[in-house]
Write a protein that binds this ligand. Structure first.
Ligand code: FAD
Ligand code: SIN
Length: 516
């Protein structure tokens, strides 16, 4: 019998931070569908935005975040993030995280839409790896944490509207198990794998959002998906991220004719908000009939570039490019989901016993477009807060070992269908959307979803596909409903910015977009 006080689904920065907090108050299992730590956190490059420099102020960080979010952020959530951020990062440093130093001070870099240098980083461009390493090594000292690796969370175990654990696939034994608890924290990360071009790792299939949706939680802001402007564009090569901090350190963008173009789209040029730069690249590619533009670092001091971006330098060397000498072909790629499971500033969802934190959650900190490097901060701040809330809410709760055996295990492969879905989503639901394209995508997704009716034999692959289809459907419906442009959501047929502040939500497990 698998039974713990608390379950955390996901072992990225948010899940690990939550588990550490919970371990002081009871037994915790971290359930993770791959190896511990494998997720977007591990791959994060640029850094963490946090007010720790003498030249900075939480009001400035607050204002930059709200501005990047194009006015749709939740102000309380933003204030919580920027105000508590320094405390959580100092705690990480105390637990062993080593950020890059300039003399005896932290080294702060600049990224797009930040008004001051406030991004701290580690090993140059391997910030996420260092944060995950520090959290993992701290967590290892806490005996109350059990790791269930290669366990795929399928659905929540519920009784009378309350959560009592999860149903999961034990991938090694190839069987379905019930894991009981007082409550569950979802920290399952993003959904970049919905799209053909993405910076996200394979695990980012949006499972947590679809699991929460099926349990009746509210999903919010699903039309807002962020596309990173600069991912490597080479044939048969992954869309490896070229960090925004490369532009922060002086890198420039050139079109296929080698002309700079970003200032034609925004007064801040390459350092305009991310959604603006991604669209500028997209339109420039259309204008020049090219599949990519160039990121140019060749005018910068070579040793500086090599030392500042060691991971990027060595990775691109493997692909035959020397970033100190060659122009780098880049184009946008799906990167970060602003939308997610609606929570309050303590990670509580509408469902009793269910919490969410990190990229799968929608606290409202990012609004319509995330400010660069705010999400690692979000993961640690709200990971810690969700755990604190769970401890307070659930301490006296009795675990109900409900019996629920409505799934059986059966291996299958949905890989080709997933690839087809990714192509459709990239073509019709990415940087520039319009009604006809969105309707074609909806028709496609609906036809595929109908194949799943009454399916009870499952495996990880087909459940990921099912989760992606459900989420794709809601993203498309939300994008159709927002007839206008705002932040990262751009409609070619309605390019005008919608001025009124409203949000779209899905609730009660219904595919019915509600304007709120
Ligand atoms: P993740 O780190 O993605 O972890 C999700 C976890 O959930 C994984 O362990 C996964 O295996 C598990 N999981 C998912 N579904 C299931 C399931 N069904 N069952 C069991 N387990 C499951 N942000 C910044 O602030 N600064 C940066 O410099 C930065 N750089 C980035 C670079 C890249 C290449 C990428 C992809 C993202 C970057 N981001 C950056 C964004 C940031 O890394 C993420 O938003 C953040 O790390 C998310 O953390 P998380 O813990 O919520 O999710
Ligand atoms: C990057 O390094 O460009 C990624 C930063 C982020 O996504 O916040």
């Amino acid at each position: 019998m698998l039974k713990y006080d608390f379950l955390v689904i996901g072992s990225g920065a948010a899940g690990l931070r939550a588990a550490v907090e919970l371990a002081f108050h009871g037994s915790v299992a971290i359930i993770t569908k791959s190896a511990v730590g494998e997720g977007s956190s591990e791959h994060a490059q640029g850094g963490v935005a946090v007010v720790l420099s003498d030249e900075d102020d939480i009001v400035l960080h607050y204002e930059d975040t709200i501005k990047a979010g194009d006015g749709l952020c939740d102000k309380d959530a933003v204030m919580t993030l920027v105000d508590e951020g320094p405390k959580y990062i100092k705690e990480l440093i105390k637990w062993g995280a080593q950020f890059d130093m300039h003399g005896d001070h932290l080294d702060f870099t600049r990224e797009a839409a930040h008004s001051v240098n406030r991004i701290i980083h580690a090993h140059g461009d391997a910030t996420g790896r260092e944060i995950v390493r520090a959290l993992k090594s701290y967590a290892e000292k806490l005996e109350k944490i059990t790791y269930l690796q290669n366990y795929f969370a399928l659905d929540l175990l519920m009784a009378n509207g309350e959560v009592f654990g999860i149903k999961a696939i034990d991938e090694e034994k190839k069987e379905i198990v019930n894991i009981f608890s007082k409550g569950v924290i979802l920290a399952t990360g993003g959904a970049g794998r919905l799209f053909k071009r993405t910076t996200n790792p394979e695990v980012a299939t949006g499972d947590g959002l679809s699991i929460a949706f099926r349990a009746g939680a509210v999903l919010k802001d699903l039309e807002f998906y962020q596309f990173h402007p600069t991912a490597l564009h080479l044939p048969d090569t992954p869309a490896f991220l070229l960090s925004e901090s490369m532009r922060g350190e002086g890198g420039v963008l050139r079109n296929i004719k080698k002309e700079r173009f970003c200032f034609n789209y925004h007064e801040k040029g390459e350092l305009a908000p991310r959604d603006v730069v991604s669209r500028a690249i997209f339109f420039e590619m259309e204008k020049t009939d090219a599949e990519y533009v160039y990121l140019d670092m060749t005018h910068l001091e070579k040793e500086f570039v090599k030392n500042r971006f060691p991971k990027i330098y060595s990775t691109l060397k493997e692909f035959g490019l020397d970033i100190t000498k060659d122009l780098i072909p880049v184009s946008p790629a799906a990167h970060y989901y602003m939308g997610g499971i609606e929570t309050d500033v303590w990670g509580r969802t509408k469902v009793s016993g269910l919490y969410a934190c990190g990229e799968c959650a929608c606290t409202g900190v990012h609004g319509a477009n995330r400010l660069a490097s705010n999400s690692l901060l979000e993961s640690v701040v709200f990971g810690g807060r969700a755990a604190k809330a769970a401890v307070i809410d659930l301490m006296d709760k009795e675990i109900n070992e409900i019996s629920d055996n409505n799934f059986s295990y059966k291996e299958c492969s949905a890989s080709n269908q997933i690839k087809e879905l990714q192509d459709i989503m990239w073509k019709y639901v990415s940087i520039a959307r319009d009604e006809n394209g969105l309707l074609s995508a909806l028709e496609y997704v609906d036809s595929k979803l109908s194949d799943f009716r009454d399916e009870v034999s499952v495996c990880r692959n087909c459940m990921e596909y099912y989760n992606m289809l459900q989420l794709a459907k809601m993203m498309i419906l939300a994008a159709l409903t927002r007839k206008g442009s705002r932040g990262a959501h751009y409609r070619r047929d309605f390019p005008e910015r919608i001025k009124e502040n409203w949000h779209i939500v899905f609730e009660n497990a219904e595919f019915n977009p509600i304007i709120r």
